[in-house]
Design a protein. Structure first.
Length: 153
């Protein structure tokens, strides 16, 4: 399991190639790349999104989430890369990639990691629009997505 929190951009192809090197016999690789949206939930254009984190604690929490995915599903590898700092619309924020012998495990583990990352990792997001800045919390939909795993295997 690999976890990185960084300011600089990442190359999804290079990250997937690194995942392949640690899980060369996996029959399935599932990845998710999250990007900065162009508009707020209210439809306002976003000028920038600033992400802050709690160093050390954040990486530890991401590692716990990846380890829990490994306990729940038969995954061979998991890779999480999350950016911090000021990002403009279209910029990559996060990559979650999982490798497993079978697609169901890879898909489920990837979705689980992303759902829990959104709701329980110590990141804080601030949107900048023409009207100013505001902190953005996890939404009810984010909480519902994470809650669906409560009874999952």
């Amino acid at each position: 399991m690999t976890v990185r929190v960084q300011r600089e951009d990442f190359d999804p192809a290079a990250e997937l190639a690194a995942l392949d090197r640690v899980a060369p016999e996996a029959g399935a690789v599932v990845s998710f790349v999250g990007r900065v949206r162009g508009r707020t939930a209210d439809g306002e254009p976003i000028l920038a999104l600033t992400l802050e984190h709690y160093p050390g604690m954040c990486e530890a929490r991401l590692a716990e989430i990846a380890a829990e995915a490994g306990r729940r599903w038969a995954i061979a590898a998991c890779r999480i890369v999350h950016r911090t700092g000021r990002l403009e619309p279209g910029a990559r924020i996060v990559l979650v990639a999982t490798a497993a012998a079978h697609r169901r495990d890879a898909f489920e583990a990837c979705a689980f990691v992303m759902d829990y990352l959104k709701t329980s990792a110590p990141f804080w997001k601030q949107e900048t629009t023409a009207a100013g800045t505001r902190w953005v919390a996890a939404t009810a939909a984010d909480d519902q997505a994470a809650a669906r795993w409560t009874d999952a295997p």
